[in-house]
Write a protein that binds this ligand. Structure first.
Ligand code: MN
Length: 758
């Protein structure tokens, strides 16, 4: 070995160890359980497996897996399992080791992820990818059920993009194009905003190097101007927030070169006409996690006292997070230089989620008190399109989350290899109808992956489906049960209805002939008797049953029609159990005894609604949502629970007439101990800063928490709903009175429902 070579090897060795040490340091600084041993084992194994192999850049190959693991840990926030899988991600593909080897050494979980990563790079993202990339992307997502596979693949791609310079140009275009088409949207979907932006910019840089350079130069040229604008604009904001004692930081958000370019392209405007290059981000630390939301609006109120807000550019992603979990309050304010500037208000937590996506939730989970669990659950629900498990196991958050980005869809192939998108739970019959009505209506079965299956067979992603038909086949009423798509159901209904209409007519004719033959009259009374006899709700049902020959008219019918009066027994089933009459006193008594609550409640006494009682024993009715001070009543339901309704509630009105013995008089005795949500509807003439006036009165003057707010302006009229937490009706009256003082306000009223755009 030459000196030169030895020196090189030593340098490489040092670089490798430094890289790994940095990874370990990053990992140890996280809140994850510290599993240094297995990570070190994975590193040593990968290093040995890739030994002697270099990347195009000349670096030892192992530097790549280390970098991928670094991204997974530092930028995505993943834990030891993912770090190990990242370190091992190219071992199976590029060396002689197999998935079994990985499993023996590192267990099934890590092996599964490595296996998933190997499959992706070999198969789906090979040469076949281009033709139906969009569908392959989805297919990939439904076939891998561990989200870490995708996250590590994104980390892998990010590192490859960062080091793309050493690749040949044609390779660069391919990788850059694929990144923009597949990985950037994926990262976006998962809420990995920062990575998404970097992937886009890198792709743009390699795909359009000149334009990228041009935009970079222009950004540089205008930098000073922007900085000045930023400083001028934020100075009074800082002053105000400082005075309020808010812990915050203000950042300038500069639009990414790719976004700028994209806007120039889609809007056909030059660089100079892009006015939203600078946005201002206020990131604050809430005094109390519970107050986070309220403080967001508080900051909004404060800064809109300094600058006029654009009336219809308030974006409330706080109450209505985006599907990838993004939360923030966006407002657009008029700067003193006459320029609209967008201000994004978010808490540190929201900011983490905006940049790191769902992985950021790790941080907020480790607090391990109930509030955090609740918060986590709430957040998970907001991204239910992405993840379908609303209650992750406390042990390992990621393990319980099945990748379900497109859970509502599956992807199946026709015999010719075409991909069809179907809703989840689709059956072979649904598939048949989705291709052609004839195929559906004459379907007798199917071959799924060359195996014969019935019409009702549920399809899985990746299935190949061939529909078998027969000309003599007809649509059967029972098919409704096998169809799950709206399309198939509608078709089946339509075909059945068409057939039924014919049969109904035939049945009606037959009945008419039957009656005249027996010298019986065709009248409502007789038709009704036959309906009762055969258990049909409508004459139409009776006719079609006769038409389809499911009933044959005969002796029994004649006897029934010739009877003087319908027997009480036959009528009984048409009587609603708790309606008036129809029951003997004895029966009634029995029913009351049965339903008498086990827990002794004296219905003669007035039930005192104490704070403890409301929290533990009684339910507040969802239909009318009474609050203290409302005229209310209690109702004991079948489960022996007491439900509190408003007295004028429509549901309560029904209960009053049907279950009088289960009602209780109630009296509010909550004082100011509890907060109740209440909805207020407002309407008026739109004016600059109306939202600000409203939130100012509610939050600043009355010191009431706004839970949700939605205001929409159409043709100069604003209309909206506010949801607040109050103690009682008195509070509501005060709020309404104060809101009415706003000059432009024309209607302020309490309503039962909070409404906003779906
Ligand atoms: Mn790789």
């Amino acid at each position: 070995m030459t000196d030169e070579k030895q020196k090189q090897e030593q340098a490489d060795e040092e670089m490798i160890n430094q890289g790994f040490q940095k990874l370990l340091d990053t990992y140890l600084a996280t809140k994850h359980r510290k599993k240094v041993e297995i990570i070190t084992k994975a590193f040593n194994f990968a290093k040995q497996a890739h030994k002697g192999v270099k990347r195009r850049s000349g670096e030892p190959y192992i530097m790549h897996p280390i970098a991928v693991a670094q991204i997974a840990c530092e930028e995505i926030g993943l834990g030891s399992t993912s770090i190990c899988a990242a370190l091992l991600h190219d071992v199976v593909e590029d060396t002689d080791y197999t998935v079994e080897d990985i499993e023996n050494l590192f267990g099934p979980k890590i092996a599964q992820i490595v296996d998933g990563l190997t499959k992706i790079s070999g198969g789906i993202f090979g040469d076949r990818a281009s033709a139906q990339a969009e569908n392959f992307k989805k297919l990939l997502l439904t076939m891998n059920d561990d989200i870490r596979v995708i996250l590590i693949k994104i980390a892998d791609r990010l590192h490859n993009m960062r080091t793309l310079g050493s690749m040949l140009p044609n390779k660069q275009y391919k990788i850059a194009g694929e990144t923009l088409y597949i990985y950037a949207p994926l990262a976006n979907r998962l809420g990995l905003n920062k990575i998404k932006t970097e992937l886009e910019d890198l792709s743009f840089k390699y795909e359009h190097p000149e334009e990228y350079a041009r935009i970079e130069a222009m950004l540089k040229e205008t930098k000073e101007e922007r900085e000045e604008l930023f400083n001028d604009f934020t100075a009074p904001i800082r002053e105000k927030l400082d005075k309020k004692g808010i812990k915050y930081r203000i950042l300038a958000r500069i639009k990414s070169p790719y976004s700028i370019w994209n806007k120039m392209q889609t809007k056909h405007i030059p660089f100079e006409e892009i006015y939203d290059i600078l946005a201002v981000r206020i990131i604050f630390e809430p005094t109390d996690p519970e107050m986070e939301l309220n403080e967001c609006f508080g900051i909004y109120v404060s800064i809109s006292k300094i600058y006029k807000p654009h009336p219809d550019r308030l974006r409330d992603w706080v109450n209505h997070p985006k599907s990838n979990g993004y939360q923030a309050l966006h407002v657009t304010l008029m700067s003193n230089k006459g320029q609209w500037i967008e201000v994004q208000i978010r808490s540190e937590r929201m900011n983490d989620i905006a940049e790191q996506g769902f992985a950021a939730h790790w941080k907020y989970k480790d607090g391990n008190n109930h509030e955090d669990e609740g918060e986590l659950e709430k957040w998970l629900r907001t991204i239910k399109e992405i993840l379908d498990d609303p209650q992750p196991d406390a042990m390992d958050f990621l393990d319980t989350i099945k990748l379900n980005l497109f859970a509502s869809e599956i992807f199946v192939f026709t015999p010719k290899g075409e991909i069809k998108t179907m809703p989840q739970n689709s059956t072979a019959l649904d598939f048949a109808f989705s291709i052609h009505t004839f195929l559906g209506s004459h379907c007798i079965g199917a071959k799924v992956n060359h195996k014969l299956v019935p019409l009702s067979h549920k399809l899985q992603s990746g299935d190949q489906v061939e529909i078998l038909t027969s000309k003599s086949q007809r649509v059967q009423p029972s098919w409704i049960n096998f169809a799950s798509t709206a399309k198939a159901k509608a078709k089946i209904h339509a075909i059945l209805k068409r057939e039924q209409r014919g049969m109904q007519q035939a049945g009606e004719d037959k009945l008419q002939a039957f009656l005249s033959q027996e010298n019986l009259e065709w009248n409502d009374d007789n038709i009704h008797k036959l309906c009762v006899l055969h258990n049909f709700k409508t004459p139409e049902e009776l006719y079609s049953a006769i038409g389809f020959k499911t009933i044959i008219l005969g002796e029994e019918d004649i006897n029934e029609l010739k009877k003087e009066k319908a027997s009480a027994n036959n009528w009984k089933k048409f009587i609603i159990p708790f309606a008036f009459g129809g029951k003997s006193n004895k029966e009634k008594q029995q029913e009351e005894n049965d339903k008498e609550p086990a827990q002794k409640i004296d219905s003669k006494k007035i039930l005192r609604l104490t704070p403890e009682g409301i929290q533990k024993n009684y339910l507040i009715a969802d239909c009318c949502k009474p609050i203290p001070g409302d005229d209310a009543l209690g109702f004991i339901n079948d489960k022996n629970q007491i439900i509190i309704h408003k007295r004028q509630c429509k549901v309560a009105a029904k209960l009053k007439s049907g279950f009088g013995n289960r009602l209780l008089a109630v009296q509010w005795e909550t004082g100011k101990a509890l907060d109740f949500p209440v909805n207020i509807y407002i309407k008026g003439i739109d004016a600059m800063g109306i939202l600000h006036k409203v939130s100012d009165i509610v939050t600043e003057q009355l010191n009431v928490n706004i839970r949700k707010i939605f205001i929409e302006t159409v043709d100069g009229i604003f209309e909206g709903h506010i949801q607040l937490y109050v103690h009682n009706v008195e509070d509501v009256k005060v709020i309404i009175k104060n809101l009415q003082k706003i000059e432009e306000m024309k209607v302020v009223t309490r309503v039962e429902k909070f409404e906003d755009r779906p």
